[in-house]
Design a protein around this ligand. Structure first.
Ligand code: RFL
Ligand code: PHB
Length: 397
């Protein structure tokens, strides 16, 4: 393009969400240079309220790469979750069953830590870009073009391009249609998520099956609660007044059951999240690699989306280092197959948690769900299976 400025780096990362910024961080620690391009502003990306649970291997990776200080101080280690249905609440203790645990530490906090680390090392990140396009992915000199925040046309040439641009970015579509395969399942319900300025009414997360629909009590800190309700797809958020939300949460979470009470408080954020499962294979095409939501989406019931993005990058980073520093193509050749083993495991677990806990209109389904919940909470094999998947498998599984 006339007037285009061309620069060169080793890896262009598209997307400055958790997958993109963590990849740039891990590559830098091993002496590999990258440039990150992001369509939104730094503030917008950092403020998005999304995931809240980090599994053991995510925490291990963040600690091992020097990103664990604030997580250590402010993160809240949880030993398990509660699974419940009317009149019954059961604790599933991950630590006693598997020796692994999870942490409550919001994606917003992970993102802030990644941005601080990127600034400290002088990482090049182009925020607020538009027209991102990928080129020459089958050559050993691929490039990414975009218009930067000032309106200037830019091209970054690289050895490798990594698509960390989530479910709406251009990377997954850059794999030729004849070479890619996709799987998708859209669920007939959504989540209404709220953030409330009130101390959590529970010590660990509650996942509740109820004839009115699923509900969940999560948290962000000692003073902030995060709660979710199963709602119909396309429900207007304006139909859900604060009073209606707290009433539904009280009913579904069992306010008054065995002396347990749900304390309501001011709601500061409300949004509706549709739910789907999606996988695109392979996660590599020529010199393009996909990581995180760019390659796969899970419904949030298993708390896997962010953790899966971290696991992809934990695998991809050493593979790219082997390629770019030692000329060893083995690990990058294995990346897609290795990553997809965990992707499909988490896709199944997220689907299983979702379909076990969300109600449909079908009374037969409801009986099967309750039977499954009774078995999962009363059999050691059942509880251990849930615990192993929720607390997370080792990276490279
Ligand atoms: P992200 O975080 O979506 O980051 C992708 C980044 O790419 C940028 N981008 C582009 N950049 C340049 N050029 C373009 N053309 C671009 N197009 C897009 C985007 O602006 C963005 O900054 O993907 P990443 O890094 O793979 O991380 C994945 C996680 O964010 C995601 O799996 C989870 O947040 C999923 N998820 C949840 N997971 C959970 O485990 N628990 C949750 O409660 C939970 N809630 C959620 C969620 C995802 C949501 N989305 C995607 C709608 C709630 C929501 C609303
Ligand atoms: C959250 O705290 O936002 C959260 C926790 C667990 C989930 C989903 C979301 O399964």
């Amino acid at each position: 393009m006339p007037g285009e400025t061309t620069t060169r780096t080793q890896v262009v990362v598209i997307g400055a969400g958790p997958a993109g910024l963590l990849l740039a961080h891990l590559l830098a620690a091993d002496g590999v240079e990258s440039v990150v391009v992001e369509s939104r502003s730094e503030e917008y990306v950092a403020a998005r309220i999304r995931a809240g649970i980090l599994e053991q291997s995510t925490v291990d990776l963040l600690r091992g790469s020097g990103l664990g200080d604030r997580l250590e101080r402010e993160g809240d280690q949880h030993h398990g979750i509660y699974l419940q249905w009317p009149q019954e609440r059961h604790h599933v203790d991950f630590v006693s069953l598997t020796g692994r645990s999870v942490w409550v530490y919001g994606q917003t906090e992970v993102q802030k830590d990644l941005v601080a680390a990127a600034q400290a090392r002088g990482q090049v990140v182009h925020y607020e870009v538009s027209d991102t396009a990928l080129h020459d992915l089958e050559s050993d000199r691929p490039s990414v073009t975009f218009t930067d925040a000032s309106g200037a046309a830019r091209r970054v040439e690289a050895d490798v391009v990594v698509g960390c641009d989530g479910s709406f970015g251009p990377s997954r579509g850059a794999v030729p249609e004849s070479l890619r395969q996709t799987w998708e399942k859209v669920y007939p319900y959504s989540w209404l998520g709220v953030l409330a300025d009130v101390a959590p009414s529970t010590d660990e997360l509650i996942y509740a099956w109820h004839p009115d629909g699923f509900a969940m009590h999560s948290m962000r800190s000692a003073t902030v609660s995060r709660l979710y309700l199963q709602v119909p797809n396309d429900t207007p958020v304006d139909d859900w007044s604060d009073d209606r939300i707290w009433d539904a949460l009280s009913t579904r979470l069992g306010h008054g059951q065995d002396g347990w009470t749900l304390t309501p408080g001011p709601i500061t954020e409300k949004s509706v999240l549709p739910m789907r499962s999606f996988v695109q294979t392979p996660m590599r095409h020529g010199r393009l690699f996909l990581a995180g939501d760019a390659a796969h989406i899970v419904p949030p019931t298993g708390a896997k989306g962010l953790n899966l993005a971290v696991a992809d990058v934990g695998l991809l980073s050493p593979a790219l280092v082997a390629l770019l520093r030692r000329g060893d193509e083995g690990p990058t050749a294995a990346y897609s197959d290795t990553a997809l083993r965990r992707v499909w495991r988490c896709t199944h677990f997220s689907w299983w948690m979702t379909t076990m806990l969300h109600t449909s209109e079908d009374p037969f389904d409801a009986e099967l769900q309750l039977s499954q919940l009774r078995w999962v909470t009363s059999s050691e094999a059942g509880t251990t299976g849930l615990a192993e998947n929720y607390a997370g498998l080792p990276i490279g599984f």
